[in-house]
Design a protein around this ligand. Structure first.
Ligand code: HEC
Length: 265
């Protein structure tokens, strides 16, 4: 279980963030705009994501990864790098001098992260993360994992990620690619929810972690928490998240979730 230590810290963060999304603008300063104008196709090597890379995609969309402020603002890695592209519309007054630029070393994100300098950077695309040897234009990092740890801790004041969390995230980012590159194909939109349910089989030693991420993903897909299928899905996922299920109860909850997943938007 040792290698999953970072995961258990992460779940604590998730506990307060499993609300259905849809109110992002209500939490941001007036004049903010954080969503791309239209959905952006997501091109990945081989056109599908499984296992670690699929978990990485869930983390990439999870505000909890970036800490408390991001949870309240409903911001995740994907807000700035949607489908691995740069979000040219991203704009938050105070930290963005113009759309597509952002100062990540600003007290807006967390107090101790302020460097006293106005140094907004253009949001980059992550499409060549696989082959890059240096990351960032400020302090340079030689690995994607080290840069990602820096983003989470130093820029957003998020909880220190364990090495598994960083492996999941980099597995995902290394799959991101441009439409015309070799082996590129777009992911189905939306990714069938059942693909995520299969992650319980990929990571049987971390069921609570998987259930927490799936609960967040379900929340993102529904407009209202009052939707009857959302309530049923959430009920099963909360059962699966509790560490105390017997094997038989776990299987029953999983079967029920598999059936319900066909109705998830
Ligand atoms: C608020 C917007 C924002 C969010 C949220 C964000 N980033 Fe970034 N990201 C940026 C900006 C701006 C840069 C450019 C930084 C620089 O030039 O040093 C960047 C740079 C990067 C790079 C380096 C790319 C390169 O080619 O050098 C990686 C990798 C990256 N981000 C991954 C992530 C991950 C993973 C997350 C979530 C854990 C994340 N980012 C969250 C804005 C954001």
């Amino acid at each position: 279980m040792k290698s999953l230590l970072g995961i258990s810290t992460f779940i604590i963060g998730l506990a307060c963030s499993s609300l259905a999304s849809g109110q992002e603008q209500n939490w941001l300063p007036p004049g903010s705009d954080t969503r791309p104008s239209k959905p952006i196709p997501e091109w990945v090597l081989g056109g599908e994501l499984k296992g670690d890379a699929l978990i990485g995609r869930l983390l990439f969309h999870s505000p909890s990864l970036l800490g408390e402020r991001a949870v309240r603002l409903r911001l995740s890695c994907a807000s700035c790098h949607p489908s691995g592209h740069r979000n040219d519309r991203f704009f938050i007054p105070n930290v963005s001098p113009r759309p597509g630029f952002v100062d990540l070393t600003h007290q807006f994100w967390f107090k101790a992260g302020e460097d006293g300098i106005e140094n907004p950077k253009r949001i980059p695309s992550l499409h060549n993360s696989r082959s890059k040897k240096r990351f960032g234009t400020g302090p340079h990092f030689k690995s994607l994992e080290d840069f990602t740890r820096h983003v989470i801790i130093d820029e957003f004041g998020g909880p220190a990620p364990g090495s598994r969390i960083l492996t999941f995230l980099s597995s995902y980012m290394k799959k991101l690619t441009r439409p015309n590159s070799d082996g590129a194909a777009p992911l189905p939109r939306p990714i069938p929810y059942i693909n995520y349910v299969d992650l319980f089989g990929h990571l049987p030693e971390a069921r609570s972690f998987v259930a927490s991420l799936l609960l967040e993903e379900a929340g993102r897909r529904y407009r209202h928490e009052e939707t009857p299928t959302y309530k049923e899905v959430a009920k099963e996922l909360v059962r699966l998240r509790s560490g105390a299920l017997t094997e038989a109860n776990h299987q029953t909850a999983l079967e029920s979730l598999k059936k319900l997943s066909k109705q998830i938007p």
